[in-house]
Design a protein around this ligand. Structure first.
Ligand code: HEC
Length: 105
């Protein structure tokens, strides 16, 4: 029984970390995006509130297609800076995947 709990705890930790902390886009997001969009994507930072960023977890943002999200991150929109020159296409793709993991369950 003890052994069973030990093993399932390890499996749970592994599953949780591969979903969140270790997602490839997570480090880039934290470094480049969280100042405006907030660590959780809700945009509740001073900068995010001033610029009225939308909650990345909301259905309004989640209903955008991957291509639309990629375009906003690459080319910018309003006060949203363009990242096409700062990030590779792969990095932008991993950010789109990261935003998908933020969808409200
Ligand atoms: C300087 C503040 C700032 C930073 C840094 C920033 N954003 Fe934004 N972002 C904005 C603003 C403001 C908008 C809203 C643009 C609009 O609708 O006019 C936005 C919009 C978006 C949208 C579209 C959602 C919508 O409301 O339509 C996505 C996706 C997004 N940002 C992702 C990112 C990602 C990924 C990064 C990091 C690479 C990032 N942002 C960095 C300010 C920022």
């Amino acid at each position: 029984m003890l052994r069973f709990f030990g093993v399932s705890a390890i499996v749970l930790c592994f599953a949780a970390s591969s979903l969140c902390a270790d997602a490839p886009g997570a480090a880039i997001y934290k470094a480049k995006c969280a100042s405006c969009h907030g660590a959780d994507g809700a945009g509740k930072t001073p900068a995010g509130k001033t610029m009225k960023v939308r909650d990345l977890c909301s259905t309004d943002v989640q209903k955008l297609t991957d291509a639309e999200l990629t375009k906003v991150i690459s080319d910018g929109k309003g006060k949203m800076p363009a990242y096409a020159k700062k990030l590779s296409a792969d990095q932008i793709k991993s950010l789109v995947e990261m935003i998908r993991t933020m969808a409200k369950k």
